[in-house]
Design a protein. Sequence first.
Length: 445
Amino acid sequence: MNIRRARIGVVLAAALTLAACGGSGDDDAGSGNGDGGGASEGGEITVWAHQGQESEVSALEAAVEAFNSSQDDVEATLQLVPEADYTSTVTTTSPESLPDVLEYDGPMMASLVYAGKLAPVGDLVAAETLENQTDSALAQNTYPGDGEVYGISQFDASLGMYANVALLDAAGVDYPQGLDDAWTVDEFEAALETLAAEDSDGQVLDIKENYGAEWPTYGFLPVAWSTGEQIIVDNTADGHINSPAVVEAVERFAGWREYIDPNTDDAAFVDGRVALSWVGHWMYNPYAEALGEDLAVLPLPDFGAGPKSGQGSWAWGVNPESANPEGAAAFLDFLAGDDQVAAMTDANAAPPATTTVLESSELYGADGPLAIFAESLQATCGDAEPSADCVAVPRPITPAYPVISQQFSEAFFGAYEGGDAQELLDSAARTIDLDFQDNDGYGLN
């Protein structure tokens, strides 16, 4: 009898990178037999995933075990890579050495497609799997070059402003009740000034200065989008990422630095040092535990074209070099089922990326405490110009995204730290446009 079980292994990034440099199929990281990106005979598939928070890892391990126990045709082997090393490991590993199924961070999809590391899943997964994906998940996982969907998501991500209503009430600050009455920039600045006058050090806002990695881009592109600017139009950054409206918005944000707690201990909000925290859905559980009924979730401020939010998170794709794409697709179908999506989003408190689980979610349903995040994601801008009619915006879906992210992040925080916003954003635009030119527009012209 074939005993079905999940074989869990933590893969060290150094070993994977070494395997990638070797480019052979003989390594243990990507392949059991060097044939087809990790598939071996007997219906086996190999799965790579990032080693995130403990609750997510437990949910994923349970999902792999449940998949293997649910049928006799395919056995999945899960290999975990430390989150800090995951994306670099995938990008430096050849398609031949990648697994059958790979997790990827949403904005990296286009780069992986361009590098031949993701296959379209529209003809692989079940029709109902695609039909049940939310509009925001489909927007993040669709490649503009061919209009094909390259990934399936279990969960999404959203941004907002957490508020300590006890502190707001004590200072006499009125606050938004929903997306329709978001603070304007002037109103938000006035709220900061009022709160600061009642605060011992005048620092009343947390923007997670202590975060790194993708946060500077994910957290603050909404500032640019809220001006109505896409930042990249027709593979061109100049005139968009450095437009007068974006420069003015970045300068305005930089002017709030005196009100911002550096938050080096990541406890500014839970300890009551600040009244407001600019961050995403993932902080709901610790914030709710700390504040209870004093916690409210507000939209980000409106810089002119309505409040905006980021979207997109980890997703699952299939390696084009897989020798068992049908088995890989069956695994994706399983992960996208209600039971597994509910288990994962219960574990990480993220917005479900399927319509069925989103509708039934206690957190994100119509009366849930995080309904504003779901409402934002349901109003995705997709690939359209940000306007007052939409809220969530995908990060630029282009193979140039890593360059765009680095350049925007450096320019934004350079201005925040006192640099000239116009000069910094002009430089970012030149670097991004040069990257497009050097790569012939990545075939997206």
